[in-house]
Design a protein around this ligand. Structure first.
Ligand SMILES: Cc1ncc(COP(=O)(O)O)c(C=O)c1O
Length: 433
C-alpha cells in the first residue's frame, strides 16, 4: 500500500526538479519550472495540473505508435519476466537475433551486419569508429578525417559533435576543442524543386582533392533535422553516394531522425534508392520506449575489419543489445509493418492545415515532408512564449531558432491532427500577426 505521507506534492516535485534536476539544453538555474507529466496515452500527454496536450513532437521523433501502446507494453513485460539484461560478450539471446532479422528485411539492401548501441549519438560514434577501423585494417591510416555538410546535426557526444555544423550548430562553443572535420555547403536544391546540378561540383572537387585523408562522408539523408529542418533533393544524396564510390570514401547515413517511416519511406535513403556503407538508426527504433540504437554496415565493412589487425571491432558497451530494448524494438517494427500507417494522408493534412501561414509577413516558409511539418519564421521565436500559447491550445511543441515544427505520432487521428494544425495556426496568428 502506498504511504500517502511519502508522496510528494506536485509543488514540491517541481520545486525539487527546478533546484536539482538538470534538463536537456537547459540551465541548472532555470527561470521557469517544467511541466509535470502524470501520464501519456496515445497521442496525449496528461499534465498533473489537469491539462491534456496533443503531442506534436513524438517525444523528439521517437513515439511513432503513441504512448502506452498495449503491444509494446506487453513485449516489455513479457521480456522482463525472462531477463531484463544479460551481457552480450560471448552470450546472445532471441530478442537480439530476431530484431536483427527484422531490421535486415527493412533496411536498404546490402546492409548485412547490425551493431547495437545505447543512443543515437553513440551510434554515430560507432559509425565513425567503424569507418576509421575499416581503413586502418587496410593500412590506410591517413584516411582519418570526415566530411559532412553544413547545417547537419549528429548528436551530443564528442566525435558526433565534431561533424555537426561548427558555426550555426548547437555545439559551436566547443568549436576549437573538437577534431577538425570538413564541411561542404548545405544542399540548396529543395526536395520538390529542380536539382541544381552545379552544387554537386563542389562536392566532387573536394573529394577529388582530399580523398586520401577522408575516411567517410557523413550526412542526414534528405532531412537535415536539428540544424534547420531542411528537406533536400534526392539527387544530391544519389550524387554523393556516386562520388563517394568514385573517390573511395565511405558513406555514413545518419537515419536516426528520419528512419522508420517519418519521411514517407521506411528509410530516407530510399528516396534516392541508395545503400550507404554504414547507417545509424535510433529514436523510433523502440517506438520511443527506451534509449537504444544500432549501427549497420555492409558485408565489405564488416569483413574488412574482421580480417584486419586487430580483427575485432573495438567497441562493446555494457548494455549492448539490452534484451528489454531489443524486445520492444522488435515489437515496434512488427507494429510498423502490420499497421501500414498512411503517412501520405498525414502529409496531405499537414500541408492543408499549415499552408495558409505562408501568407503571413512573419513567416518565411512552410514545408511538409511525410509526417513532418515546418513553419520557418523570419525571426527567432521565444520558445517559452510559443509554448505557453500552445498549451492554451491543448498542444505540445518545442520550437527552436526560427522554427515552429511538428512531427506527430503516426497513430494520430484526423481530428487530433486537425486540432494540432489549427492550434499551430492560432498560436502563430496570435503572436506574429
Ligand atoms: C540526425 C540525428 N543524429 C543523432 C542524434 C542523436 O541521438 P540521441 O539524442 O539519441 O543521442 C539525433 C538526435 O536528435 C539526430 O537527430
Amino acid at each position: 500500500m502506498q504511504d500517502s505521507k511519502l508522496v510528494m506534492s506536485s509543488k514540491s516535485i517541481l520545486a525539487f526538479d527546478k533546484e536539482h534536476v538538470w534538463h536537456p539544453y537547459a540551465s541548472a538555474i532555470p527561470e521557469n519550472e517544467c511541466l509535470l507529466v502524470e501520464k501519456a496515452d496515445g497521442v496525449h500527454i496528461y499534465l498533473e495540473s489537469g491539462e491534456n496536450l496533443i503531442d506534436g513532437m513524438s517525444s523528439w521523433w521517437s513515439v511513432i505508435h503513441g504512448y502506452n501502446h498495449p503491444e509494446l507494453n506487453e513485449a516489455l513485460v513479457e521480456q522482463s519476466s525472462k531477463m531484463a539484461h544479460v551481457m552480450f560478450g560471448g552470450l546472445t539471446h532471441r530478442p537480439a537475433v530476431e530484431l536483427a532479422q527484422e531490421l535486415l528485411k527493412i533496411v536498404p539492401q546490402g546492409l548485412k551486419q547490425v551493431f547495437y548501441c545505447d543512443s543515437g549519438s553513440v551510434a554515430v560514434e560507432v559509425a565513425m569508429k567503424m569507418a576509421l577501423q575499416y581503413w586502418q585494417s587496410q593500412n590506410k591510416e591517413q584516411k582519418n578525417q570526415f566530411v559532412s555538410i553544413k547545417k547537419g546535426y549528429h548528436g551530443d557526444t564528442w566525435h558526433a559533435m565534431s561533424v555537426c555544423d561548427p558555426i550555426t550548430g548547437m555545439h559551436h562553443i566547443f568549436n576549437n576543442k573538437l577534431s577538425v572535420q570538413h564541411f561542404l555547403p548545405s544542399p540548396i536544391s529543395k526536395f520538390n524543386g529542380d536539382f541544381v546540378e552545379s552544387e554537386i561540383e563542389e562536392v566532387e572537387l573536394f573529394l577529388k582533392e582530399n580523398n586520401k585523408h577522408i575516411a567517410a562522408f557523413i550526412l542526414e539523408p534528405i532531412v537535415q533535422g536539428a540544424g534547420g529542418m531542411l528537406f533536400y533533393h534526392p539527387n544530391y544524396l544519389k550524387q554523393v553516394k556516386h562520388l563517394c564510390e568514385k573517390y573511395n570514401v565511405l558513406l555514413i547515413a545518419d537515419e536516426i531522425a528520419t528512419g522508420f517511416g517519418r519521411t514517407g519511406k521506411m528509410f530516407a535513403c530510399e528516396h534516392a534508392s541508395i545503400t550507404p556503407d554504414i547507417m545509424c538508426i535510433g529514436k523510433a527504433l523502440t517506438g520511443g520506449y527506451m534509449s537504444f540504437a544500432a549501427t549497420l554496415c555492409t558485408e565489405n565493412i564488416a569483413a574488412t575489419i574482421s580480417n584486419g589487425n586487430p580483427s575485432v571491432f573495438m567497441h562493446g558497451p555494457t548494455f549492448m543489445a539490452n534484451p528489454l530494448a531489443c524486445a520492444v524494438a522488435l515489437s515496434s517494427i512488427k507494429l510498423l509493418i502490420k499497421n501500414k500507417y498512411n503517412i501520405q494522408s498525414i502529409e496531405q493534412q499537414l500541408r492543408q492545415g499549415l499552408s495558409a501561414l505562408i501568407n503571413m509577413n512573419a513567416v518565411a516558409d512552410v514545408r511538409v515532408l511525410g509526417a513532418i511539418g515546418v513553419i520557418e519564421m523570419k525571426n527567432n521565436v521565444d520558445m517559452s512564449v510559443v509554448q505557453k500559447e500552445c498549451i492554451n491550445q491543448g498542444i505540445w511543441l518545442r520550437p527552436f531558432g526560427k522554427l515552429i515544427y511538428t512531427m506527430p505520432p503516426f497513430i494520430i487521428s484526423k481530428n487530433d491532427l486537425k486540432h494540432l494544425c489549427n492550434g499551430i495556426c492560432q498560436v502563430i496568428t496570435k503572436l506574429y500577426s
